[in-house]
Design a protein around this ligand. Sequence first.
Ligand SMILES: C[S@@+](CC[C@H](N)C(=O)[O-])C[C@H]1O[C@@H](n2cnc3c(N)ncnc32)[C@H](O)[C@@H]1O
Length: 323
Amino acid sequence: MIATDPSEKLSLYRRIREGDLVIVYERHDSMKAVKVAEGSVLQNRFGVFKHSDWIGKPFGSKVFSNKNGFVYLLAPTPELWTLVLSHRTQILYIADISFVIMYLEIVPGCIVLESGTGSGSLTTSLARAVAPTGHVYTFDFHEQRAVSARVDFEKTGLSRLVTVGVRDIQGEGFPDEFIGRVDSVFLDLPQPWLAIPSAGKMLKPDGALCSFSPCIEQVQRSCETLKTKFTDIRTFEVLLRTYEVKEVRETSCQGDEGGSFKSPPRKKRQHSTEKGNVVEASGPGKIMAKPCGEARGHTGYLTFARLKCLPLKDNQVCSLRSA
Ligand SMILES: C[S@@+](CC[C@H](N)C(=O)[O-])C[C@H]1O[C@@H](n2cnc3c(N)ncnc32)[C@H](O)[C@@H]1O
């Protein structure tokens, strides 16, 4: 389902159609992407679900199986896509992605360069951020990964906003056609310092760059290279603490998720604490929030920098690109 208007595909408010990609949500850690096809069924531990029952329902609907089990049908937003996509590489997750988009000031109409494409996790969010008039040009030197990424962008309806190129960005740099035309550059490469000089040439005056690296040695080397032509160089590590929120009743119960769970042994009522431990609220059923044991720790370092600009006469600006 390739929408003619890319912004339409990103809308959460339309009804499910034949050929749509939906995220079948059982619970927050059990979701999968399914292409809707009249005549097909989805079979899982809750029974058999007919796709024909889904067509015409709004995204977000709760749908039932032949055994009265249920799942939710969610729109394939970049946030959910990041959680269900097939991992062909390490990927960026929501906390890092959000920070990148905010800090690079990526808004509708921006032109963004990215390398490597990898599994397209970040690219999907970049595409939504630049829609409907901007564009993301993403490059990977691995041909099959580029092909798979294009297939995914077709599936998620983003292909009009993204162009995937096959190119060794560390060896050859970005193509000359982008010189001076780009609002931001994002690098997720093993040796980003090799691509930084080219990235600097591509950026508009005052354009911003971000480089993601898992190791601090990569960061140090990148910063060494950045300081000749970039300013405002800053490195961040985004650490996320996730809480599990559950409604707990006295007996074994069916929660508002596809699965059922047993209530834990009754605990004395506790209130919200500064340390953020278990919080129980009164009322019908109890809402419990506790930190997840499996919280992700270090993912990588995000280094941001802005292209230096030289003030010229009569209020013009000039980047060091041409200096
Ligand atoms: C960790 S993955 C990127 C993941 C991506 N940020 C995501 O969120 O899905 C790194 C990618 O860089 C690509 N790569 C490595 N060296 C490269 C180079 N010299 N030129 C272009 N791509 C390269 C790899 O093939 C790999 O797909």
